[in-house]
Structure formats: C-alpha cells, structure tokens
Ligand binder design. Sequence first.
Ligand code: MGD
Ligand code: MGD
Ligand code: SF4
Ligand code: MO
Length: 729
Amino acid sequence: MSRRNYATIKAGKILRVDKGKEPSVMNMTERPSGVFPAVCPLDCPDTCGLLLHKENGKIVKVTGNPDHPETKGAICNKVRNMAERVNHPQRLLYPLRRSGPKGSGEFVRISWPEAIAEIADRLKRLSEEHGSESILPYSFYGNMGVLNAEGMDRRFFGRLGASKLDYTICNSAGNAGWKYTMGFGGGSSPRDTLNAKLFIVWGGNIVSTSMHQAVLMEQARKNGATVVVIDVHKNLTGRRADWFIPLYPGTDTALALGLMHVLFERGMTDEAFLREHTLGHEELREHVQAYTPERVSRITGVPAEDIVRLALMYGETSPSHIHIGNGLQHHDNGGMAVRTVSCLPALTGQWKRGGGAFKSNGAYASLNDGALQRPELRPNPGVRTINMNKLADALLTLQPKVHGLFVFGSNPAVVAPESERVREGLEREDLFTVVHELFLTDTAKYADIVLPATSSFENTDLYTSYWHHYVQLQQPVIEPAGESKSNFELFKLLAQAMGFEEEAFQESEETVIAAALDNPDNPYLNGVTLARLKEERFVELDLAPKADYLNRLATPSGKIELYSRQLEALGLPPLPTYLPLEEGFDGENRAERQGRYPLMFISPPNHNFLNSTFANVGKHQSMEKEPLLQIHPLDAESRGLEDGHFVEAYNDRGSYRLKASVTDLMLPGTVVSQGLWWSGGSEDGPRASKRLANALTSSRIADLGGGATFFSTTVEIRPADPDSADSAS
Ligand SMILES: Nc1nc2c(c(=O)[nH]1)N[C@H]1C(S)=C(S)[C@@H](COP(=O)(O)OP(=O)(O)OC[C@H]3O[C@@H](n4cnc5c(=O)[nH]c(N)nc54)[C@H](O)[C@@H]3O)O[C@H]1N2
Ligand SMILES: Nc1nc2c(c(=O)[nH]1)N[C@H]1C(S)=C(S)[C@@H](COP(=O)(O)OP(=O)(O)OC[C@H]3O[C@@H](n4cnc5c(=O)[nH]c(N)nc54)[C@H](O)[C@@H]3O)O[C@H]1N2
Ligand code: SF4
Ligand SMILES: [Mo]
C-alpha cells in the first residue's frame, strides 16, 4: 500500500512532515493545523478520498487525496469549495425554538437539555394520544455516512414504533427495473469500462454527476471507443459525445426495444449466451417484432436510420458499456425503461465479452443491515410504510394522521415533488416538526424545534460507494461547530430521554461500524474490517466472487430474466414493453395528448449544486448564476419569448419564475431547468425569490420500486414580469 506524507502546514507553509505516517484519530481534532484525510460525504457515486487542509482549527482548503486508488486526487469544483460551506457564517450552531409563524424563520435560541426534553415529551405524548405511527421520520442522504444516514436513526424510530419511510426519491424505480432483470444490484466495475469500444451514456450527465466515470470514458475514447450519449437534453456529457442522440422524454423503452428488433432481425444476437444465461429470449424475439425502427422513430423522435445505425454499432462492437443514469427512470415508466436497457448487454453476450452495463454498484458493498439498524427493536413490525415521494399527501390527507415529523439529512420543502402542497402540509398548526440540519433550510423554517448538525468532517463514519469498490472511514478532523451534534449522537441522546434502555443505544461508532462490516451474506466484504480501514484508509472489496458474476444473479431463475414471472405476478408486463407516460406525450400520441400543458419539463441536477445542497452558498450560487429555463427556438418563437426574458413555467400544481435561455439543446416540446434552487438561506447570493422546480413536479409514483416521477411533468410557459420574480413569496 502506498503511503504519503502528511504535512503540518500553517499559513500555506509546511511546518512539519510526518514521514509515511498518518495522524492518529485523536490527533486530528487536537492538532490545530495540518493536512488530514477525509471522505466526501455527498450523495454522489464517486465517494472521493479528500484531504482537509486545516489551520488554527479551521478547514481552509479541500483537495483530492491522490492516494485514493479510484478517485486519484481529482475532485469536483463543488467540494473544492466545500470549506466555504463548512465555515459558513449561517451554519446552525445552537438548538432553536420557533417564535413566529411556521415558515417565517423566526426562532429563539434554547439549550440542548431543553430541546431534548421538549422533543421527548412531545414524542411521548403523540404516541399516547395518536399511536406511535403518527410520527414520521423523513430523511435522505445529505450525508452518505452509514451511521448517520441509516444507523442510529433507524434503531431509534424502530424502537419508538414510528411509521416507516420508503426511501424512494432517488433511484428506486431504476434499481427495481435492473433487479427484476439481473437480480443482483451491481454491474460493471469502473475499470471494466476502460476497455469498452462503444461507451453509451443513457440518461445520465456524468461530466457533472460522476466525474471520475467521465474521466474513464475519456480514457476509453483514447483507447478507441466511440462515445454515444442518449438524452433528452444535450447536457455537458452530451456535448462531449461522438454522437449525441436526443429523444422525447420517457420514450427510452421504445428506443431499446427498437434496437432489440434490429439485433434479432439481423442475426446479431449471441444465441449461445441467450440460451445459457437468459430466460425468455424466444418470447422476447417474438415480442420485439412489433417495434420496427419506423414505429420507434415516431414514438421517440429518433430517425429510423439512426435507430438502425445504433443497433448495428451495438451489435458489432465488443466490449460495449452502457452507463445507465438516473434521468430515464424519474418517469412514470422509469422502472421499465431501466429494465429494458439493462436487457441489451445480454442480447449481444457482453457479460462474457468484457462489456456490460452499470446502474448502481451499491450491492457489492452491502452491509449487515440487521446489525446496523436492529429491526428487532421495533415493537410493531407491521406498522405502515409511507412513500417519501408522497410527503404532501402524508401531511395533508393520509389517515390516520401524521402528527409528528422528524427531518434530517434532507430538504423536502425543496427536493420533494409537489412542493406547494408539501409546504401547505408543513404549515399545519397541529403538526410537531423537528429538523436536524446544518443550515436554516426552507424545510427548517417550518420546524418547531431546529437542531444543529455537525458536518461529516466532525464525525466518525463509514462510507461505501455505489460506483467504485473501496470502503472508507471518516474520523473527526475538526471540532463540532458550536453546539452541533451528529445524527448518531442525537438519536442516542433522544433514546436516553425516552427511557430506551437497550444496549443498542449505548454503542460507540466503532462498535456499530464493526458490526455493519460483518456481513456473512456478502462475500465481497470478506476481509474488510475496521482495523484495516484505520490502517489502510481505502480498503478494496474482495472482488474474487465477481469472476462468478453470471452464476450469482439473484433472480428466481438464476438467469438474466428477459421474461419476468415476478413482474407478471404483479400484473405488469413480463416482457419489456413500452407504455406511454401518464403525464406527457411521445411523438406518436402528441397530437391528442398535448393539452393545456404542451411542454415536457425536465429538472435534472446542475453542475455546482448537489441536489439542494450548496444552493445557499455564495460561491456555488455565483458559479450557477441564476435559474434558467432552456427552451427551443421554435417553442420560444411561438410564445413570443426571447433569450433573457423572464418567464413563468406553470401547471395546475404551481409555477416557477426563471429566465429563458433559447437554445436547441433539446427537441422542440421539451424545456429544461437544471438545479434545485431554493428561496434563500443566504444573503450573499442573488436576490431571494421563489425558485422551486418542484412546485411543478408530480408526486405520482413510478411503475416500479415506488420511484419518483420528477421528469414526467408538463407545463406551459408565459412571459413574467421581471420585478415580480423577486417579490414572489
Ligand atoms: N453536480 C451534481 N452531481 C450530482 C448530483 C447533483 O445534484 N449535482 N446529484 C447526485 C444524485 S443524488 C444523483 S441521483 C445523481 C444523478 O445523476 P445522473 O445519473 O447523471 O442523472 P440526472 O442528472 O438526474 O439525469 C441525467 C440526465 O437524464 C436526462 N433525462 C431526463 N429524462 C430523460 C429521459 O426520459 N430519457 C433520457 N434518456 N434522459 C432523460 C436529463 O436531461 C439529464 O441530462 O447525481 C449525483 N451527482
Ligand atoms: N425536480 C427534481 N427534484 C429532485 C431531483 C431532480 O433531479 N429533480 N433529484 C432527486 C434526487 S435523485 C435526490 S437523491 C433527492 C435529494 O434530496 P435530499 O436528500 O434532500 O438532498 P439535499 O437537497 O442535498 O439535502 C440534504 C440536506 O441534508 C443536510 N445534511 C447534510 N449532512 C447532514 C448530516 O450529517 N445531518 C443532518 N441532520 N443533515 C445533514 C444538508 O445540509 C442538506 O440540507 O432530490 C430529489 N429531487
Ligand atoms: S461530490 Fe462527487 S466528485 Fe465531488 S468530491 Fe464528492 S464524491 Fe467527488
Ligand atoms: Mo439521487
């Protein structure tokens, strides 16, 4: 293992170098200055190794750790500027109690003992009066650390008997689609993708969202690969493609079926592979006859000759790699879209030719969830589960009512669909809301009690990646800001106040990490231990079992299921089948479906925010400038709009004011606005205005996995008064 030197620096000057020796755990917080190893905590596949440059107890700079075997010292711009966020003057430092109306942001400082006593008292009373299921924890992966994102909180809310949350906002439709097909939730390893001669990015923007995969894509291109990007929008990745293929939103299933049609028809399939490793190839061969290039072209907007050309390219090129992004699955038919695309490598036998596909590699590192979350603590295992995409309904219409909401690691007033109704729910006077946060986010403004959270650099935690195969340990580098506490610590404190006496609430971070790593069901975790993490910092999973990948597919048949009896049993099409969006249109049904809202509204991540994180930090705001609506020249012209005009995108759910950017990066009929802006939280950025993409999006549930349908949204656009953008509330 390579060891670098960790230097003690002051005012940019190196004072001392500890040769080949990392500072010990205790040392890192105690030593006021130096360069210390860390892990990027953000919800990003790359899980970079970082170096924190510390002076006088403060982080002054964040760089990449060159020793990380996969991320190799390169990090994104967002995190290079992370020090500004960690040291931000608006970091929450003390517990707060609401003193004004919900949403007003008026609070008074209280002490931790007061806050904990009040929360424990309210939770007890709610449990007595309405039952413990009236309490809903709402969280996501603002910090990917296992202990803080899905450890002590799960123990606490389980023991309390609260309603369960279904964590569906991100990739659950696509992951389900992949799993019905492949069984196991992992695909090609990063380094496998280097050998690809055809590299397809399908519904992903890896230049912005997984930069190290984009680096590997460039290396593959240098080795002779052709890069194809299939997207509804020529994003930064599409702009780097050798061939960019734009299509109508929600039509990917049809495109993939069209490719299959050509592959079967031209005899370009690997019949031996299909016989040995798949279920249902004869049914599929028959089924895809209906998806002729001409018909698929009408649906997708992709010219028939391009469909044939792409199919021939895919049929002739080995190895090939398909990177399946999150974009195509944030749709009504998103599970099926990912399922269909994930069938393609099997048709040409890629899994035996060094190629394949990637959706998520999370399963290679799956931990011992039982030991981590201790589900046996729950007195009511049959309690209801609430889909997090349905937060608006959960707060407004669900019976029995939700009376207590506990939010941490997420900013639902901004990120959840139907944000106008989410906010209406958060305004309910009879709802007791606690928000544990680093900032007074839009969500925190609705809380009765706000609790300050540490940043991940102040904690001990375990990090796995859903892309590469290295496990990492974070140990505290700086002291907690103000009186902030980690999620882990918070839920231990609350457990004590509630009188939960189980040892599960006494355990240290290290005990829980060791237990989580000990997963007899996951051979890839063999030999990954806490002791090695402390010693080596980046511990690679045991990849020996991967040689046997095709025999480890956990589908009912043990094969790649082109035909799925599981889906059939659910009343869904057992073969990959194109179903049009519930809200939206394709090229074929356009005329009858384009009603009052004739534009498809797509709101994917931008380059410099991480979901809504960083949207309140001046540097990140200025890099993104302001919310833009990309609109095709034909759509702009027919509405009398010009580049730079203020516009309002609207539908029955709400409206979003932003500036028009007239561009032909999409097909006509699609408009795009990148980035989850929010109303403020910062005085150092552009003037605060109501900037909520999710005011427009629907909380319908996707076909599989309970997934979100953010991008199956239709709108109309009208000119807006430039001044009213700032006064909107
Ligand atoms: N800079 C940055 N990086 C991030 C994030 C961030 O916010 N900012 N978020 C992180 C998280 S939580 C996630 S889940 C990942 C997501 O990252 P990706 O997997 O890259 O997915 P998205 O960026 O959501 O969407 C990718 C593309 O899908 C396109 N798209 C939308 N609808 C369709 C469709 O119907 N078909 C096709 N083919 N394309 C479509 C969008 O135009 C967009 O260009 O990124 C992570 N990394
Ligand atoms: N329109 C539209 N909406 C989307 C998406 C989209 O593409 N378009 N993407 C969706 C996707 S893929 C995702 S994953 C979700 C993401 O939604 P969220 O998971 O809510 O992500 P963030 O907006 O980054 O909010 C995370 C919050 O956690 C806080 N936080 C960070 N670390 C900690 C900690 O250790 N403790 C506590 N208590 N808090 C912490 C941060 O300060 C931040 O406010 O958004 C979804 N929403
Ligand atoms: S956000 Fe992603 S690319 Fe940026 S430092 Fe973190 S893990 Fe690396
Ligand atoms: Mo996500």
